[in-house]
Design a protein around this ligand. Structure first.
Ligand code: NAP
Ligand code: GFB
Length: 342
């Protein structure tokens, strides 16, 4: 197992270095924090329905009901109970642009507490590897494009979600510190905007695609116009949750750098919010009027990310075509309207 940056052997007792760099040969016992959310449910699907789990592996998916990871006591209790060998750390306070604009302090505090508790509890029980989750919205707002993994700390993030962004950036600092001091291979992925079944379809708190799906569904049912917030000109890359889940499994097993890796569709797949709204209308066969409410914020204009590091590792990875993934997500929402988060 090779790391992008060897810890300075002068800093670490060799036993700790060898202990943490040792290949883990036994079966994985994988703890997934945030296992009940959009990304967690997608990982459950690929492990249980697509056979992505391996013989003898144990997968444990936590929700906040199993442990409130904001408190160290409950976090430690969950880690001592399950004794994972590997962790996929998804749990976080998450939301779209408008929820972030309303609650930057909560996004900062909640996520800082959760992340510090999870990584320390993992270290204390000897977890061999943790894969945490950053986001392409945490990069500097004033930057060159395309964005790549080396640019995380090159300047302030967009004002709309600075609390969430700085909390996520500290995960990268955490990972480097656990590697330098204890040789731990704790790393992170950087997904772009994610969508799929089991998303949070709340119009006020959710992200743009689930919000538009919910609004289009209602507009069609009530024969009203679809109201898209903002100008429709900002640009986004969207990754289907099941594609992200498949990539998470690869990162868990085959990616051995502490440096984070962007998990996103290519720059050429970036679409405008207007194009996304039109794609949602088509997927739900909505033929009514589409109105743009420019009194609402646009947020970051774009955060075009490069997936060239990913494609260097996985040159043949194929993403689900956007319109197909959107159609599947809309069908899931319609079929599960009564129980979906909204
Ligand atoms: P989500 O659907 O909102 O799920 C959040 C998960 O975290 C849920 O399982 C939730 O448990 C859990 N959680 C929240 N607070 C908790 C607490 N105090 N203690 C224990 N568990 C807690 O979020 P998601 O979209 O799947 O996001 C997963 C990860 O991907 C996050 O780290 C997020 O920052 C990152 N990410 C998401 C996107 C995106 O577009 N969605 C983009 C980039 C990165 P309950 O179900 O019990 O509430
Ligand atoms: O997914 P979203 O809420 O967040 O997208 P970001 C916001 C963009 O979509 C803005 C437009 O340009 C909005 O004006 N938009 C249009 C809508 N209609 C809607 C709607 O009905 N709902 C929503 N939410 N937006 C987030 C970060 O940025 O990206 C989070 O704030 C997170 O921290 C997430 O990291 C992945 O893509 O702008």
């Amino acid at each position: 197992m090779f790391y992008s940056r060897q810890p300075n052997p002068d800093w670490l007792p060799v036993s700790v270095l060898m202990e943490s760099l040792r290949d883990h040969t036994g079966p994985f016992r994988v703890l997934v924090t945030g296992g009940s959310g959009l990304v967690g449910r997608a990982i459950q699907h690929v492990v249980k329905e697509e056979g992505a789990g391996k013989e003898g592996e144990e997968w444990i998916f936590l929700s906040s009901k199993d442990a409130n990871l904001m408190t160290m006591e409950e976090t430690q209790a969950a880690f001592r109970k399950h004794r994972p060998t590997h962790v996929i750390h998804l749990a976080a306070m998450v939301g779209g642009l408008f929820k972030n604009m309303r609650a930057n302090l909560d996004f900062w505090r909640n996520n800082i507490h959760i992340n510090d508790n999870v990584l320390q509890a993992a270290h204390e029980v000897g977890v061999v590897k943790v894969v945490s989750c950053l986001s392409t919205c945490i990069f500097p707002d004033k930057t060159n494009y395309p964005i790549d993994e080396t640019m995380i700390h090159n300047g302030p993030p967009h004002q709309s979600n600075f609390g969430y962004s700085y909390a996520k950036r500290m995960l990268d600092v955490h990972n480097r510190a656990y590697f330098q001091q204890y040789g731990r291979c704790y790393t992170a992925v950087i997904p772009t905007n994610v969508f799929g079944p089991h998303d949070n379809f709340s119009i006020e708190d959710g992200h743009v695609l689930p919000g538009l799906i919910h609004k289009t569904y209602s507009a069609k049912k009530e024969c009203k116009p679809l109201i898209v917030w903002g100008s429709g000109s900002p640009r986004r890359q969207f990754i289907y949750s099941l594609d992200l889940a498949r990539l998470f499994l690869w990162v868990l097993r085959e990616y051995h750098e502490v440096d984070p890796i962007i998990l996103s569709v290519g720059e050429e797949d970036e679409v405008s919010i207007k194009e996304a709204a039109e794609a949602v209308a088509q997927a739900l066969d909505f033929k009514g009027e589409v109105v743009y409410d420019t009194s609402k914020a646009d947020g970051q204009f774009k955060k075009t990310a490069s997936n060239s590091k990913l494609l260097r590792y996985l040159p043949n990875f194929t993403f689900t075509p956007f319109n197909q993934a959107l159609k599947d997500t809309c069908e899931w929402f319609v079929a599960n309207y009564d129980t979906a988060r909204k």
